[in-house]
Design a protein around this ligand. Sequence first.
Ligand SMILES: C[S@@+](CC[C@H](N)C(=O)[O-])C[C@H]1O[C@@H](n2cnc3c(N)ncnc32)[C@H](O)[C@@H]1O
Length: 292
Amino acid sequence: MSRVSLRPAVLEAVERLRVAGVHSPHTDAEFLAAHVLGVERPRLALVPMLTVEQLAEFRKLVDRRAERVPLQHLTGVAAMGEIDLAVGSGVFVPRPETELLFAWALAHLEAAGHEHPPIVVDLCTGSGALALAIAHARPDAEVYAVEIDPAAREWARRNADRQAAQGDTPIHLHAGDVTDRNVLSPLNGRVDVLVANPPYIPEDAVLDPEVADHDPHRALFGGPDGLSVITPMITTITRLLRPGAVAAVEHDDTNGPQVATLFANTSRFTAIIEHPDLAGKPRFVAARRTAN
Ligand SMILES: C[S@@+](CC[C@H](N)C(=O)[O-])C[C@H]1O[C@@H](n2cnc3c(N)ncnc32)[C@H](O)[C@@H]1O
C-alpha cells in the first residue's frame, strides 16, 4: 500500500481553507485529517503518513469544507460536556458557547443538594445536546427535553438512544412548542433547573455560510428583535419552576438587558444575572423563581 506524508497535505489544506474564507483553517484541516485517519486530533503527530486513498478522502472533505459546509457536518459529530452528539443536515450544530449553560446547570445541581432526584428541563433541545450532557453528568436527574422540529427531534432521538445504550439515564424527549401554555404541564411548579438555548438571532443578521446555509432557519431566528420565542417562553419557564428553582436562557449578544427585563417584568424572579461568554459578550441570563 503506497503512503504519502501527511504534513504537506495538511499545509495544502490549510491554504485552501484560508483562501475560501474559513475562520479556523488550521484547526479544521487538522480535524479533517484526524477524522480520515481515525485518531483524536492531539494524536495526529503520531500518524505522519497516510495512504493514497486516505489522501483522496481528505482532499474531498477539504473541498467540501472550502464550500463552507460546517466541519461538524463533515465529521458527523459535535461535543457538549463529556459527550459527542451525532449532527448533520436538519439539526442545529451545538456551539462551544453553550458549554457555559451546561456548566451553569451542573453547578446549580451540585449546589442545591436536592433531597429528591432533581428535575431538569431543556427547552429547544435540538440534537439533545444540553439534556443529554446533563443526563450523562447527573445520572440521578430526571431530564426532560422539548423540541418542535421533527427533523431535529430525529437527531435527538438517535443521540438519546445511543447515550441510553451506553448506560446513561434515559431522557424524556417531547414533541412540543415551548411557547405553548400547556407544554410539559404535568411538571408545573416541579422543575429544579431549566436551561434553554432557543432561536434568538434577529432576522436581519448577516451570517457565515456555514450557519445561514446549513443550520435550520427555525433554529436560528427569533423574529425582528431576536425575542419572538424567548418572550412567550418566559411564561412557560415561570409556570414550570418550583419556588427557589433556577433557569438560564441563552440569547443574542444584543439582548442581555432585554432578556433580564423579561424575567423582571414577571415579578416572579429574583437574582436575575446577565452572564457574558468567554469573549466578554452578553450570552445568557439566569434567574431564581420566587415563592409566589
Ligand atoms: C439554537 S437551536 C439550539 C439547540 C440545542 N439546544 C443546542 O444548544 O445545540 C434552537 C432549537 O429550538 C427549536 N425550536 C425553535 N422554536 C421552537 C419552539 N417554539 N418550541 C420548541 N422548540 C423550538 C429549533 O428547532 C432548534 O432545534
